[in-house]
Write a protein that binds this ligand. Sequence first.
Ligand code: HEM
Length: 121
Amino acid sequence: MSEKTLYERLGGEDAIAAVVDEFYDRLLADETVAHFFEETDMQKQRAHQTAFLSAVAGGPGEYTGQDMETAHAHLEIDHHHFETIASHLGETLAAFDVGEDEREAVLEAVSSYEDEVVTVA
Ligand code: HEM
C-alpha cells in the first residue's frame, strides 16, 4: 500500500502545528468563543491539539491528553459554538492552502466528536 495517510497529505506534524497555532490565534480573536479559553494554558493546548489532530489523521505519534468528553465536560459548549470552532478550523486550513479533499477529511474527522464535545442543547 503506497497510499498516503491524511497526516502525510497535510504535511506532517510541523505543518499541523502551524495550522493549530493560527487556528488558536483566530479563536482567541473571536469574542464568541475566546472566553472559553480564559483559564487555559494555551501553550499546552496548542501542543495537545497538534497531537490530537495528528493522531486522528493517522500520524505515528500518540495523543496522551484527556478524551474529548472529559476535556469539555466542564464547559457549556452548544452546537453553535461547535460550528464556529469547526469553521475557524476550515478557514485556517484554507489559509494554509490545504486542498479541499484534505480539508473535508479533517472536518469530517473533527465533526465525529461533536456529541462528546457539545455539552448543552
Ligand atoms: C471541534 C472539535 C474539537 C476538538 C477536536 C477539540 C480538541 C481538544 C483537545 C485535544 C483538548 C486538550 C485536552 C487536554 O489538554 O487534555 C481540548 C481542550 C479544550 N477545548 Fe476543545 N476541541 C474541540 C471543540 C471545542 C469547542 C467547540 C470548544 C469551545 C467552544 C472547545 C474548548 C476547549 C477548551 C476551553 C479546552 C481546554 C480546557 C481546559 O483548559 O481545561 N473545544 N479540546
